[in-house]
Design a protein around this ligand. Sequence first.
Ligand SMILES: Cc1ncc(COP(=O)(O)O)c(C=O)c1O
Length: 403
Amino acid sequence: MNQTVTRADFDQVMVPNYAPADYIPVRGEGARVWDQAGREYIDFAGGIAVNALGHAHPALVKALTEQAGKIWHVSNSLTNEPALRLAKKLVAATFAERVFFCNSGAEANEAAFKLARKYAIDVAGCEKYEIISTTNSFHGRTFFTVTVGGQPKYSDGFGPRPQGVKHIPYNDVAALKAAISDKTAAVVVEPVQGEGGVLPADKAYLEAVRALCDQHGALLVFDEVQTGVGRSGSLYAYMEYGVTPDILTSAKSLGGGFPIGAMLTTEKIAKHFGVGTHGSTYGGNPLACAVAEAVIDVVNTPEVLAGIRAKHARFVSQLNAIAAKTGVFSEVRGMGLLIGAVLADVYKGRAKDFMTAAAKAGVMVLQAGPDVVRFAPSLVIADADIDEGMARFAQAVDSLLAK
Ligand SMILES: Cc1ncc(COP(=O)(O)O)c(C=O)c1O
């Protein structure tokens, strides 16, 4: 028997590390979601940049239900067909020659950082272990990934952190030049800082990072957990920039809502993760890989990728119109369907208020830190849904300004 549950139950039975909104979504279709009370929302959040094809996309439902009738899980002492098919597709579509599967972005980064250190130590000796990351970056919530992440609020309070991690300002070539040395095992960069405020890297910066890594024998790790799988308008953002990493991490959109993470790399680097060096019980799960395969099949087509760029322009022009009318935003930035509207000085710190007002007006948006309202909708959202959602968002902005 299903029992009735409400938002109030959260505070009674859940660990209080989240503060969920006051409504509970129960059903979704495309870019629309309905809550327990039957209220409809346009979804410009997509989880947090996860539901790449919206809700209940027929190709994903088909892939999941077909696989559910076949085999759900085997251990990694066996391999499975969906994992091999997905890995072949990722290898064919990217710089990568080898793939490691796991279940989340943090786990993909954990694998990337461990592999980068293992490679450096194997090749150049035990002094080459430093990881250089950027301030305000976000790489996940395991202890290694919060340590590499550049937001101390996530890593403080848990005792001693893993050693050998430095942080330098983002988009700052001089700072990297000063920090990098022959002790650097890896430089870790998000091509667009997502949680840090939807801040894209400059092309010249990423080119300089690549050159400095090569000069010092350091690996370049791109965290594409948020930017990957079409979100940027290319399959991966490194393709937009024309700068190829040595290791790339992917999650979020890869599963379209089903948990999966992946670390992509070259054969030369991958071989340092020999048998027994790393692993994950659920990594390469057949259900997850079957869904991700369907996501890649749909997203990695010229029509869908071109559509993402067109939808970017549609979002940005409507957000700029709201900015021009109300003065709430100082800048609209981002790539593809990862867009940030930066709050003007007088509204700084109030991104959550915009999120709450938007939900009241029937549209789900995100924040990216306290000063940026973030949009990460389905990559195949219909233009009519964009227009309707933007009309609701404009109402939400008006309602906040009227207060
Ligand atoms: C760039 C980036 N890396 C890593 C992560 C962590 O992913 P997960 O929450 O799946 O562990 C996130 C999540 O927001 C992210 O945006």
